[in-house]
Design a protein around this ligand. Structure first.
Ligand SMILES: [Zn+2]
Length: 57
């Protein structure tokens, strides 16, 4: 299964960043460094607001 990408808004600086739904390492905001996603072994735990789900095909 390919997994999805999510468009996530950083809770601290409102930067919008695309995060892989099954990220295997922590994803930090490119602007302020806040953690946006934490790996869980499956679907990552998204910390910010998910604005959009980008489905892969
Ligand atoms: Zn940020």
């Amino acid at each position: 299964m390919p997994g999805n990408f999510y468009s996530v808004e950083c809770p601290d600086c409102e930067n919008e960043q695309v995060v892989f739904g099954k990220a295997s390492s922590e994803v930090a905001c490119a602007v302020c460094g806040t953690t946006l996603a934490r790996p869980t072994g499956g679907e990552a735990d998204i910390e910010g607001d998910v604005l959009e789900t980008v489905e892969t095909r």
